[in-house]
Design a protein around this ligand. Structure first.
Ligand code: UDP
Ligand code: MN
Length: 266
């Protein structure tokens, strides 16, 4: 448990059969928002293929894929309870702007569509692959994933934005965990509040000529410090492929796909 008594999901801490039986009674629909802009279209097949198999297997999931290349989305046969919606978006020349605008696109889309269509919403990077089940243990009101890079570090060495001029600033000595922007979610209304607040921070920083250290991730960390997640996902749920796997990680459920940053972002 976190110090505010939110459960932290690790392999061995829950019984999936019990959780599945409880969850089925709610008849919920989960939405997954993911972006594949410019060269990131190459990750669609690996993401969807593995998510079809391992993400909320047996439960209703709508994948919402935002892309500037709808014609490049491979046609894939998904399980009957899974649906794919392709939504065209414009691209931005800077990769930082692509990920920072995701928060704005998500909050607008919640207002126009998702609040009528889904109960829970999760935002996930597209450049990932799932290897093991990610089930209903991820479902809660406000959910953050602990970064695989920073789960053992003392708070003051985490890469929070510390410059007070940024709206993402976290004062020195403060901070709980360092959360990865690659996987967060919760109820539609909580994700609406989160994405709206984070994008407001991004916009105010832009007006003040400052960009937070880790872009939208810095704003997410600020938000989750002052709006505590009701559930946390351990680094099993977003493992960085660059890192060797320590004994504490019993199951690698999802990990980033290795990419040549210079090549893929430009
Ligand atoms: N993204 C994209 N096209 C880009 C850059 C980013 O579609 O040119 C999206 C994509 O969904 C990606 C997410 O933004 O998974 C976050 O960017 P990235 O994965 O490069 O960040 P990292 O995980 O390396 O911090
Ligand atoms: Mn990524």
């Amino acid at each position: 448990m976190s110090p505010w008594m939110a459960p932290i999901m690790w392999e061995g801490t829950f019984n999936r059969d019990i959780l599945n039986a409880q969850y089925r009674q709610k008849n919920s629909v989960v939405g997954v928002a993911t972006f594949a802009v410019k060269k990131y279209v190459r990750f669609i097949e690996g993401f969807l293929g593995s998510a079809n198999k391992f993400f909320l297997s047996g439960h209703r999931v709508n994948f919402y894929l935002f892309t500037d290349h709808p014609e490049k989305v491979p046609s894939m046969k998904l399980a009957p309870e899974k649906h794919l919606f392709i939504i065209p978006v414009q691209n931005y020349s800077r990769w930082q702007d692509i990920s920072m605008n995701c928060m704005d696109i998500i909050s607008n889309h919640i207002r126009s569509h998702w609040r009528y269509e889904v109960d829970y919403l999760y935002s996930m990077d597209i450049d990932v692959q799932m290897f093991e089940h990610i089930g209903v243990e991820i479902i809660d009101t406000l959910v953050g994933t602990i970064s695989s890079w920073q789960y053992t570090k003392p708070r003051d060495s985490n890469s929070y934005e510390r410059r007070p001029e940024s709206r993402a600033a976290i004062p020195s000595g403060e901070g709980d965990f360092y959360y990865a922007a690659s996987f967060y979610g919760g109820s539609v209304s909580e994700v609406y509040k989160l994405t709206t607040a984070c994008f407001k921070g991004v916009t105010e920083d832009r007006a003040n000529g400052i960009e937070a250290k880790w872009h939208e991730e810095s704003h997410l960390n600020k938000y989750l410090l002052y709006h505590k997640p009701t559930r946390l996902l351990s680094p099993e749920y977003y493992w960085d492929e660059e890192l060797p796997i320590p004994p504490i990680i019993k199951v690698k459920r999802l990990s980033s796909v290795r990419k040549d940053l210079k090549e893929v972002r430009f």
